[in-house]
Design a protein around this ligand. Structure first.
Ligand SMILES: Nc1ncnc2c1ncn2[C@@H]1O[C@H](COP(=O)(O)OP(=O)(O)OP(=O)(O)O)[C@@H](O)[C@H]1O
Length: 282
């Protein structure tokens, strides 16, 4: 549904951030977009949202090119940025202005969500805290029913109970015809929600795999529980050494996303061997 082909982009032509990047995202999935600081996660979300123009290559969302800005494209894409500015009006007035752009916007779902987050439509947007504004924009994004919902670090600024409400609402409003792409450093906030996992590094997608495959092919355990020859990546801990190892049994293993992320970026060749279906491109 989202096809990125040979995408090349840099903020300047001399400093290329993405070089011939390919990525496909399919409906019914909540993709987790991971990468180190400066890897280009926010930029990729902005490119897919049509807010930046590629130097070359294409980004196609449901048959519409992202950088053409057609009405058909815009009504199917909602982008929740990390930083937001709002007019000094009530939530209700803001919805009146915004919702006509999203024909499938569900007002009842929106009210349910902000109520769950402890907010009301009568509150002025500018009198809200950062976390409260975030809750409003997340609720708008989910209620918009766009086929593509892009979220940049959505759990930043949310308190602990709100993070679990966020997970619950995202799972509730995901559907077979929607794609959610969520960039995050807070992998623990999104554990058991994001699947597949996409990792960007050095201008490429270096990992794009489902949790099912990861847990079948890899073991996330401690050093003493596996043969040394099966170890792919070791992280020295205070009490014990955590490892990513080959999973020969095929029995699903509980995934540690932080360990996976570090293993992908540190042990490229071994990770490639362990996940042969995975095309890690360098
Ligand atoms: N407006 C801009 N002009 C020039 N360079 C930029 C601009 N915005 C971002 N960059 C650069 O592009 C690169 C990617 O930035 P981006 O914000 O997309 O990364 P990120 O993966 O989202 O980072 P973080 O995890 O720190 O939020 C960085 O090297 C950054 O310095």
């Amino acid at each position: 549904m989202i096809e990125i082909n040979q995408l090349t982009f840099g903020y300047t032509k001399r400093n290329i951030l993405y070089d011939a990047l390919d990525l496909q995202l399919k409906e019914g999935n909540i993709y987790g977009l991971l990468g180190e600081n400066g890897a280009g996660k926010s930029t990729l979300l902005m490119l897919i949202a049509g807010l930046k123009k590629p130097l070359s290559g294409s980004i196609n969302v449901g048959g519409h090119e992202a950088d053409h800005g057609s009405a058909e494209f815009l009504r199917e894409v909602f982008f929740i940025p990390e930083e937001m500015t709002f007019p000094n009006i009530t939530v209700s007035d803001y919805i009146s202005v915004l919702s006509p752009f999203y024909p499938k916007f569900n007002h009842q779902h929106f009210i349910e969500m902000i109520t769950e987050f402890g907010l009301s439509e009568d509150q002025k947007m500018n009198n809200m805290s950062y976390g409260q504004k975030k809750k409003v924009i997340i609720s708008i994004g989910l209620a918009s029913n766009t086929r593509l919902l892009l979220m940049d670090e959505p759990t930043n600024g949310l308190d602990i109970p709100s993070k679990s409400q966020f997970r619950k609402l995202v799972a509730k409003y995901m559907s077979d015809d929607r794609v959610f792409l969520i960039s995050t450093h807070q992998v623990r906030d999104l554990e058991s929600l994001i699947d597949p996992i996409v990792i960007v590094d050095n201008g490429k997608v270096v990992f794009n795999e489902t949790l099912e495959t990861i847990s079948e092919k890899l073991l996330f355990t401690t050093a003493e529980k596996v043969e040394a020859s099966d170890v792919i990546y070791v992280e020295n801990g205070v009490a014990e050494d955590k490892v990513v190892a080959m999973n020969h049994s095929g029995e699903p293993s509980r995934i540690n996303l932080e360990l996976l992320f570090n293993a992908v970026l540190t042990e490229k060749t071994k990770m490639n061997q362990a996940l042969p279906t995975q095309q890690i491109k360098y």
